[in-house]
Design a protein around this ligand. Structure first.
Ligand code: PLP
Length: 421
């Protein structure tokens, strides 16, 4: 057990870690339900759940008991042998996603790597069968698919890609929801179109149904793959197992991670039987992916989501959350848009400075939220969130917006009624 205090930890990390993160100065030591608990015992309402990971909150008995039982039985064996839980989990995932086969890995970015490798290999197979199909990927502006070289090549923000160049060549970005741009950039040079049904980091932006349908149709027209990244929106967060199910679209490949194993690292690539025929033993693999501990917990997570009826619950509480945010938007001009699906919710503000300040002000009130895409307050709470927690968050937001508006108005008066610019 560490005896270091927050200040000592900050100093040690500043000296010892690569400076990749800009952490908030809070030291968490525990969690219970929808609350995180810091080292002083103070509780924080967690509306971010480890960036969309802790779907069942903290300390859920289904997870804790499974970890205790399975860690005594077997933590790791490698993929050279069988264990009980990959097949159990694959059965559940294929039934719920509508796809046929699974590959397990450890994270979102690895799932994207697997999906991209599948697309390249499948295109190669089709070429060997006499089809004309290239190696290019189309991804979308504002996309986020991860940090490894392949995934970051399909991630839009330049600041994530540029320092590591040259990234994987052959990726072109299509303007978000721009059907004409998609048509113009698509050709038989493309092996896959990669989309998030609802962009997460890009600001909780849902694909327009006509854009999604066109992507499906274009891919079908040449035998290119439609890959839907469900790492953030999938596994029930939007009220369905996969966000693409709201559109009635079946992708060729999908990726899952974040909440899949309730907080343990686990990712999955799923594909159709047709695509799966390209893979054979030794072509792709991982040491840790799909281990017995993570898979046993993922089985428990899925069974618990169903037993506790959490898909319907996420829809119901998510709708309530959006409705309450719309009420706030009617009172505060700073909120320019409210959107989302289920418990993937966003309030877009009119100022990046204000959005950043809101995250800090909410943390002072012991409520954890996040700002993405500069101006978007993002809420990715555990699926067990209740209306009373939404009310608590809305009250805090209301108070902060009221104080902010008063400050702006006072500044306005001091400036003699002139615009602050
Ligand atoms: C849509 C999406 N894809 C991929 C990733 C990458 O996942 P990971 O951080 O587990 O590598 C993320 C992470 O935020 C994501 O939101």
């Amino acid at each position: 057990m560490s005896t270091m205090k927050l200040d000592e930890i900050r100093a040690a990390e500043a000296r010892l870690l690569l400076s990749t993160y800009d952490r908030s100065p809070i030291l968490f030591a525990g969690g219970e339900g929808v609350y995180l608990i810091d080292e002083k015992g103070e509780r924080y309402l967690d509306l971010l759940s480890g960036i969309g990971v802790n779907a069942l909150g903290y300390g859920h008995p289904a997870i804790v008991d499974t970890i205790a039982r399975q860690s005594r039985a077997l933590i790791h064996i490698s993929n050279l042998y069988f264990h009980e839980f990959q097949a159990e989990l694959a059965l559940r995932l294929t039934e719920r996603t509508g796809l046929d086969r699974v590959f397990f890995c450890n994270s979102g970015t690895e799932a994207i790597e697997g999906a991209m490798k599948l697309a390249r290999a499948y295109a190669g197979l089709r070429r060997s069968e006499g089809k004309k199909i290239g190696t290019k990927f189309l991804a979308l502006e504002q996309s986020f698919h991860g940090r490894t070289l392949g995934a970051v090549s399909t991630t839009f923000k330049q600041k994530y890609r540029e320092p590591f160049g040259p990234v994987v060549p052959g990726v072109e970005f299509v303007r978000f929801n721009d059907v004409a741009d998609l048509r113009a950039k698509f050709s038989d040079e493309v092996c896959a179109i990669l989309v998030e049904a609802i962009q997460g980091e890009g600001g909780v932006r849902p694909l327009a149904p006509e854009f999604f349908a066109e992507a499906r149709a274009l891919a079908d027209s040449t035998g290119a793959l439609l890959i839907v990244d469900e790492i953030q929106a999938g596994m029930g967060r939007t009220g369905k197992w996969c966000a693409y199910q709201h559109y009635g679209i079946r992708p060729d490949v999908t990726t899952l991670a974040k909440p899949l194993a309730g907080g343990l690292p686990l990712g999955a690539v799923l594909c159709t039987e047709e695509v799966a025929r390209v893979m054979h033993a030794g072509m792709h693999g991982t040491t840790f992916g799909g281990g017995p501990l993570a898979c046993a917990v993922a089985v428990a997570v899925i069974d618990t989501i169903e037993k506790e009826n959490l898909l319907a619950h996420a829809t119901e509480v998510g709708d309530y959350f959006q409705q309450q945010l719309r009420g706030l938007a009617a009172r505060h001009d700073a909120i320019v848009n409210v959107r989302g699906k289920g418990l993937m919710v966003a309030a877009e503000l009119d100022s990046a400075d204000l959005a950043k300040a809101m995250v800090g002000e909410m943390a002072k009130r012991h409520i954890l939220i996040n700002c993405t895409s500069d101006t978007v307050l993002r809420f990715l709470p555990p699926y067990i969130l209740e209306r009373k927690h939404v009310d608590e968050a809305i009250k805090a937001l209301d108070d902060i917006f009221t104080v902010q508006a008063a400050a702006v108005s006072a500044a306005h008066q001091n400036a003699g009624g002139n615009s602050l610019g």
